[in-house]
Ligand binder design. Structure first.
Ligand SMILES: Cc1cc2nc3c(=O)[nH]c(=O)nc-3n(C[C@H](O)[C@H](O)[C@H](O)COP(=O)(O)OP(=O)(O)OC[C@H]3O[C@@H](n4cnc5c(N)ncnc54)[C@H](O)[C@@H]3O)c2cc1C
Length: 415
């Protein structure tokens, strides 16, 4: 089987890359070992974070560090035995998160984020999936004046520097927006620019259906078989067929390093694991917006499947067994925030955010191979940036001018 391009990894990033390449007139084969959209891209919180110009940094305030050292918080958890292996990544992540560095990174990262809603809108419209998008933004809710003032001041700075819109909600205004939330909350911050997705797997499937409608092919296969074959790239599919493509794109999310290491790249990748669980709302309770309980560190998102509780970062080896302690800690608090009923999943879902220490994705040509492209490392923002990334990669592969300057995201920045 011959194609112009092979994309390995059919998460929301790989699907968006394949779709954009197909739209650009290439013949594309999209290869995954499992169900497209069924891994990390299935279980996220559904935010297209238009406000997310500052990628999530490593906290530098002393209080947070003390709390994390105790390893009993909801927002972060780590496996002690993973720390020696993770130490170089954590050190570099810590250094990149210093205020001045973080600000410089935000400046570059904002050039991607500014297109996240418009690029998803374009694809969703073409895919007939706009019913999966909600245009009501999302909220941080507050328990103390200190947190409220800190977050509102931050939002005011982001408005000034990046034009990001928000509304400050006092207790009464919050109650009007979210009548079923805990009445003791003192207010909220409503980000009004972001769009949210009520079924992230549904969005992946809609983009995939459009890709196939345009002539794209999807196959099962192991990306581990990707190899150079003369002047082409080849991959062996599950049925034994060998597929050949002029270009190959690696979009394996948290598994990218398995392949890139074999190809001779030593990229500083790690994962931040995260869990979710769905709940039936009690009685006639309704959650109108996704809500972050800022001071406790978990998130509630109204989804088609129920209210999805997602947890913060777990630092562990990617393939270590599940340890959903953050979910266990968050659940009783979440039940006091919003009337959650029964659990709807048999067990907690675990996903892996694919992370780089400078908090920016890796998008661009592989430094040591011709016609090989990298597209992974989107961390907390893989859903947010999938459509933007897809367009960038398609423009690079086609030799067109790229609509966002790709230089800051180039794989070559890691040597
Ligand atoms: C709890 C949680 C909440 C999140 N919330 C948000 C949010 O609100 N907004 C947001 O923007 N992001 C969020 N994220 C992050 C986001 O989900 C990820 O960044 C994104 O899904 C990564 O997409 P991907 O396509 O790169 O990876 P994946 O979706 O993991 O796709 C990688 C694909 O590669 C395939 N694969 C792996 N190895 C092989 C192999 N050897 N051969 C063939 N195929 C292979 C897998 O089967 C998989 O389909 C969240 C993440 C978590 C865990």
């Amino acid at each position: 089987m011959r194609t112009d391009a092979i994309v390995v990894g059919a998460g929301i990033v790989g699907i968006s890359v394949a779709l954009h390449l197909q739209k650009a007139g290439r013949s594309v084969l999209l290869v995954d070992r499992g169900q497209p959209g069924g891994e990390t891209s299935y279980g996220n919180a559904g935010l297209i974070q238009r406000e997310g110009v500052y990628p999530y940094g490593f906290p530098h305030d002393f209080g947070a560090l003390i709390r994390y050292a105790m390893n009993n918080t909801i927002d972060a958890h780590y496996h002690w035995n993973a720390i020696p292996k993770l130490a170089p990544f954590l050190w570099s992540y810590w250094m990149h998160s210093r205020a001045s560095q973080h600000e410089a990174i935000a400046h570059k990262y904002a050039t991607l984020i500014e297109h996240c809603v418009t690029e998803h809108d374009a694809l969703a419209q073409e895919a007939g999936a706009t019913d999966l998008l909600r245009r009501k933004g999302w909220m941080k809710v507050f328990r103390t004046p200190f947190e409220q003032e800190t977050r509102l001041a931050e939002a005011a700075r982001w408005k000034r520097d990046y034009g990001l819109n928000h509304r400050a909600l006092d207790a009464a205004a919050l109650r009007i927006e979210e009548p079923h939330l805990d009445q003791s909350l003192i207010g909220g911050l409503h980000w009004t620019d972001p769009v949210t997705v009520i079924d992230p797997l549904g969005l992946s499937k809609a983009y995939l259906a459009l890709f196939e409608k345009l002539g794209g092919r999807v196959a099962q296969g192991d990306a581990g078989t990707l190899a150079q074959d003369g002047d082409r790239w080849s991959v062996t599919l599950a049925d034994g067929t060998k597929a050949l493509g002029m270009d190959a794109v690696v979009a394996l999310g948290p598994w990218a390093d398995v392949l890139t290491r074999r190809l001779g790249y030593h990229l500083p990748l790690a994962v931040k694991r995260g869990y979710h669980m769905h709940y039936k709302p009690l009685g006639n309770a309704v959650l109108n917006h996704p809500v972050l309980d800022t001071e406790r560190g978990y998130f509630l998102a109204p989804m088609r499947q129920g209210v999805r509780l997602t947890t913060g970062a777990e630092f562990a080896n990617r393939d270590a067994p599940k340890t959903p302690v953050q979910l266990a800690r968050a659940e009783p608090i979440a039940r006091t925030l919003f009337p959650l009923g029964e659990r709807l999943d048999a067990e907690p879902w675990l996903g892996n955010r694919p992370c780089t220490p400078d908090m920016m994705p890796i998008i661009g040509p592989a430094p040591k191979h011709r016609n090989l492209w990298f597209s992974f490392g989107h961390a907390h923002h893989g859903l947010t940036l999938a459509a933007v990334t897809g367009r960038m990669v398609a423009e690079m592969v086609s030799g067109q001018k790229v609509f966002v300057d790709p230089t800051p995201f180039a794989p070559a920045r890691f040597g």
